[in-house]
Write a protein that binds this ligand. Structure first.
Ligand code: 5AD
Ligand code: SF4
Length: 459
C-alpha cells in the first residue's frame, strides 16, 4: 500500500515569536500536506509535533526547553496507547543551537533550520531511522520548492495573509541574533511574489502583509531585469484584483527610501500604519546599538512620512536597559516617545544573547533597573495607545472583517490602524471591507456600526 493511502497522519505546529514564524508554519503545513499530513488542533492528537521556535530573547529561547519537557511526557502517554510521536524543532532556536538541542533535550527526532523547510518530507523519513540536524543555508531558494496551499486551505486561513518577500538582515544591531540565525539579506524575485499574491487573491485574500526581517531593505529582481525596491513592489501588488489592503513589517529607519515614502502618499491600498522600530531615544545608546541613525534623524523621518500620509499611525519596538544605559539615556527615550506619539508598540528588557557584541559589553544594567524603566515606558505607551483609540471613537473607517467575533453574532475585523473592531451588525461576511462608524472603545477592541458614507471613511 502506498503511504499516502493510509489514514492521514496528523501534524501540530506551535509557533513562537514573530509573524515570519506564523507564515513559515503555514508553509511547513503546505509541504507536509502532499505527504498525507492533516493539521491537528492539539499536540496530544499529533503524530508529528513541530515547535517553531524564537531565539530573539532568552525567555523565548528557554521556553522551548520547558515545552520539550512537556512533549516528552505526552509522547510517553501516547506510546502507552500504542501511538508513535515524532518531535521536531524548527525556527531560530533550531538554527542557532542545532545539535545542542539534541544534547539538552532527549526525545527530539529532528532539528530543522528555517532555510530547510522544503526538505521536511525527506528529513522526516530520515528522522524515523536516526536523529537528524539540518541547519544549512542551502544555495537554492527554498521558496522554489515549497508548494502552495490548496485554495480551500488558503480560504480557511482568512482574508488577511502574510507573504514573505525578504529574509535575513545585514544591519548587525549589537543586541540582535537575527543576522546570525536568519543569515544575510535576501529578497525574492518580484515575479514569484506576484504569482503568490495572485494565487492568494484568487482564493479570496483581501489584505497582504509583506514580511521580512528588514522588509524595507527589499531589493528583488524585477520582471524588467532591474532591481525593485519595496515602494515599486507595493505599486505592483496593488494592481492585483481583489487586493484591497497592503501592509509591510518590519522596517528599519535607514531603509525608508523616497519611493517607499511616496507610496504612503500615492497608494490608497497601503494602510496608514507603520511599524518603525527605534529601540531607544538616546544618541549614545543608538550608536552603541549600531542603529546607524540618531534620535533626530528618526524624528525628521517620521515627519516626512507624516507629510506624505497625514493619517499615519506609528508603532515601534523599544529596549530598556541596553548596556551602559543611564537614567538620562532613558529619559531621552521617554522624550522621544512623547514627541512622536505611538498608536501601539512592543517593548522589552534588554536580554544578553550569546554571540552578539552587546552581550560582551561592560556596564550591563541590573535586572531591577531594566524592569523599572520598562514599567515606566509601558505606562506611557499604554496611555498613548488608549488616547489614540479614544480619538477613533466617532470616526468612520474601513474595516476588513476577518474572523468571527468574541461573542455569538459578532464579527471581528481590523481597522486601517490594525486595531481589532467588533460589531453586531447583521449581513457582514468574512472578507468584507465595510465603512464603520466607531462607537466605542473597549480594553482590547473598538466597537462599530456600518455606515453608508464610504466617501468619508479612512483608508
Ligand atoms: N533583547 C531585548 N530585545 C530584543 N530585541 C531584539 N533583540 C533583543 C534583545 N537581545 C527586540 C527589538 C526588536 C524586536 C523584534 O525584538 O526591539 O526590534
Ligand atoms: Fe535585528 Fe537590527 Fe536586523 Fe532588526 S535591523 S533584525 S534589530 S539586527
Amino acid at each position: 500500500m502506498h503511504e499516502n493511502d493510509r489514514q492521514p497522519r496528523k501534524v501540530f505546529i506551535r509557533s513562537y515569536g514573530c509573524q515570519m514564524n506564523v507564515y513559515d508554519a503555514q508553509r511547513m503545513a503546505d509541504v507536509l500536506a502532499p505527504e498525507g499530513f492533516v493539521e491537528a488542533e492539539r499536540a496530544e492528537d499529533a503524530d508529528l509535533v513541530v515547535l517553531n521556535t524564537c531565539h530573539i530573547r532568552e525567555k523565548a529561547a528557554e521556553k522551548v526547553y520547558s515545552e520539550l519537557g512537556r512533549m516528552r511526557v505526552m509522547r510517553a502517554e501516547r506510546a502507552a496507547l500504542g501511538q508513535n510521536t515524532m518531535i521536531a524543532v524548527a525556527g531560530c532556536v533550531a538554527q542557532a543551537e542545532g545539535a545542542e538541542i539534541m544534547k539538552r533535550a532527549h526525545g527530539v527526532d529532528l532539528v530543522v533550520g528555517p532555510q530547510s523547510y522544503h526538505r521536511l518530507p525527506e528529513l522526516l523519513s530520515r528522522a524515523s531511522r536516526e536523529k537528524v540536524v539540518d541547519t544549512d543555508f542551502p544555495a537554492d531558494d527554498k521558496f522554489d520548492h515549497l508548494p502552495a496551499a490548496s485554495r480551500a486551505k488558503t480560504l480557511a486561513r482568512g482574508p488577511a495573509a502574510f507573504l514573505t518577500v525578504q529574509e535575513g538582515c545585514d544591519k548587525f544591531c549589537t543586541f540582535c541574533v537575527v543576522p546570525y540565525t536568519r543569515g544575510a539579506e535576501t529578497s525574492r524575485a518580484v515575479a514569484k511574489i506576484v504569482a503568490e499574491a495572485e494565487r492568494l487573491a484568487d482564493a479570496g485574500v483581501r489584505e497582504l502583509t509583506l514580511l521580512g526581517q528588514n522588509v524595507n531593505a527589499f531589493h528583488g529582481e524585477g520582471p524588467d531585469g532591474r532591481i525593485w525596491g519595496l515602494g515599486r513592489l507595493l505599486h505592483r501588488l496593488a494592481m492585483i484584483p481583489g487586493i484591497a489592503r497592503l501592509r509591510y513589517t518590519t522596517s528599519h529607519p535607514r531603509d525608508m527610501d523616497d519611493e517607499l515614502i511616496a507610496a504612503h502618499r500615492d497608494l490608497a491600498e497601503l494602510m496608514p500604519y507603520l511599524h518603525l522600530p527605534v529601540q531607544s531615544g538616546s544618541n549614545r545608546i543608538l550608536a552603541a546599538m549600531n542603529r546607524q541613525h540618531t534620535a533626530d534623524d528618526y524624528r525628521r523621518l517620521v515627519e516626512r512620512i507624516r507629510v506624505a500620509q497625514p493619517e499615519l499611525a506609528l508603532s515601534s519596538d523599544f529596549i530598556t536597559g541596553f548596556p551602559g544605559e543611564t537614567d538620562a539615556d532613558f529619559e531621552d527615550t521617554m522624550r522621544l516617545v512623547r514627541d512622536i506619539g505611538y498608536a501601539s508598540t512592543f517593548s522589552f528588557k534588554y536580554s544578553a544573547r550569546p554571540g552578539t557584541p552587546a552581550a560582551e559589553m561592560d556596564e550591563q544594567v541590573p535586572e531591577n533597573v531594566k524592569s523599572g524603566r520598562l514599567h515606566a515606558l509601558q505606562a506611557l505607551l499604554e496611555d498613548q495607545r488608549q488616547t489614540f483609540n479614544r480619538s477613533c471613537v466617532g470616526r468612520v473607517m474601513n474595516v476588513l472583517f476577518d474572523r468571527a467575533g468574541r461573542h455569538p453574532g459578532q464579527v471581528a475585523g481590523r481597522s486601517p490602524f490594525l486595531q481589532p473592531v467588533q460589531t453586531e451588525a447583521r449581513g457582514i461576511q468574512i472578507g468584507d471591507v465595510v465603512a464603520m462608524r466607531i462607537t466605542g472603545n473597549g480594553t482590547n477592541s473598538l466597537f462599530g456600526e456600518p455606515v453608508d458614507e464610504v466617501m468619508e471613511a479612512v483608508a
